[in-house]
Design a protein around this ligand. Structure first.
Ligand code: PLP
Length: 363
């Protein structure tokens, strides 16, 4: 079989070893004669899978004991509604939410929040086409906001926070869909972290929510019970049937990351991978990336060909080299190489080798 490196932004590549283990266990999980897909979520086997998966995530991210891990559904886009429905109720209504607008995904969060609260855009990088993260000292925060929302990595723009903002006593909420487990973070600096699984964790269908316990129990009356974090936490993520198979795969990914040395080890490799990609982009005029160095995403590397009429050729020839899913998001065009945890450094090297060859051929 031809070797393929998958640069998909999401659902994204999973570690080869994990896919192989899942294949080996697909029809008969550890001698039970059952596929994980067929197991009762309340049975002994799945209960063990769930507990191990949560424990391993807690270890990987050093999640303090006063935080709950919720395994939910609906993705980050559903959380754009679920977060306000769970958090604004603590304040007199209508409450205000502060947002930092850094691109496509924070914009989605802002749009949805209008249904539940007053929205204040405390900072925005719109002046430069969302190509950077506004410095913390420029943010105009609301003193009594229900929370401050950031998207730590803008998956489409390729813009990533290089700092964790201090917002005082106001809860800090982060959409970490495309950067979770890619770098070390101090969970205690956040009130809520949420992430769809399909970038760095597992298959689509699972949403991770990490929430500080004191924030539970204030859901608005209109909040669907299945999305009330307190109910989900009280039922150990089994208020309704959780996405059992994605949870099982996420568990395999967590064990894989642990075996490789945890998040710190992933971060080291991710820094190397990103440096390779950006150093190369900076060395040529044939390809362009305009994000300032400090805010360049380690996970998503968008770039443009100077001669955009070559775009189709680039994608087609890359595919012939086993380098797939490089086309940029339709809203920005160009190319994007997503190099999440599961992308080995050899994949980035292969991409650069191809790009050099392509440049020679068409420059
Ligand atoms: C992919 C992505 C989303 C979209 O998540 P869904 O799972 O489709 O709801 C939201 N935010 C970020 C940062 C993403 O990368």
């Amino acid at each position: 079989m031809k070797h393929v490196y998958n640069f998909s932004p999401g659902p994204a590549a999973l570690p080869k070893e994990v896919i192989q283990q899942a294949a080996d266990e697909m029809t008969n999980w550890r001698g039970t004669g059952l596929s994980v897909m067929e197991m009762s979520h309340r049975g002994r086997e799945f209960t063990e899978i769930l507990a191990t998966t949560k424990r391993d995530l807690r270890t990987l991210m050093s999640i303090p004991d006063n935080y709950k891990i919720l395994l939910m559904q609906g993705g980050a886009i559903a959380e754009n509604a679920i977060v306000p429905m769970n958090l604004v109720g603590k304040k007199p209504q209508p409450a205000t939410i502060d947002f930092v607008h850094t691109g496509h995904w924070s914009e989605k969060s802002i749009e949805e929040a209008h249904k539940y609260a007053k929205v204040n855009v405390a900072a925005s990088s719109e002046d430069k086409n969302f190509s950077y993260v506004p410095a913390r000292d420029t943010w105009k925060l609301t003193p009594d906001a229900a929370y401050v929302h950031i998207c730590t990595n803008e998956t489409i723009g390729g813009v990533e926070f290089d700092f964790t903002p201090d917002v005082g006593d106001v809860p800090l909420v982060a959409d970490m869909s495309s950067s979770i487990l890619s770098r070390e973070i101090d969970v205690s600096k956040f009130a809520v972290i949420y992430a769809g699984a399909q970038k760095n964790i597992g298959p689509a269908g699972l949403t991770i929510v990490i929430v500080r316990e004191d924030l539970l129990g204030h859901a608005l009356p209109i909040c669907p019970s299945a999305f009330d974090w307190k109910l989900v936490a009280d039922h150990d993520s089994m208020f309704n049937t959780p996405p059992t198979y994605p949870i099982y795969i996420a568990g395999l990914v967590f064990q894989h990351v642990l075996r490789q040395g945890g998040v710190a080890a992933m971060e080291k490799i991710n820094i190397k991978k990103a440096a390779l990609a950006y150093d190369y982009l900076d060395s040529t005029d044939f390809y362009i990336n305009r994000v300032p160095a400090a805010n360049r995403s380690r996970m998503n590397v968008p770039f443009f060909l100077k001669d955009e009429s070559l775009n189709q050729k680039f994608v087609a020839e890359a595919e012939q080299h086993g380098l797939v899913q490089l086309k940029g998001h339709s809203s920005v065009g160009g190319m994007r190489a997503s190099i999440y945890n599961a992308m080995p450094i050899e994949g980035v090297q292969a991409l650069i080798a191809f790009m050099q060859e392509f440049e020679k051929k068409y420059a």
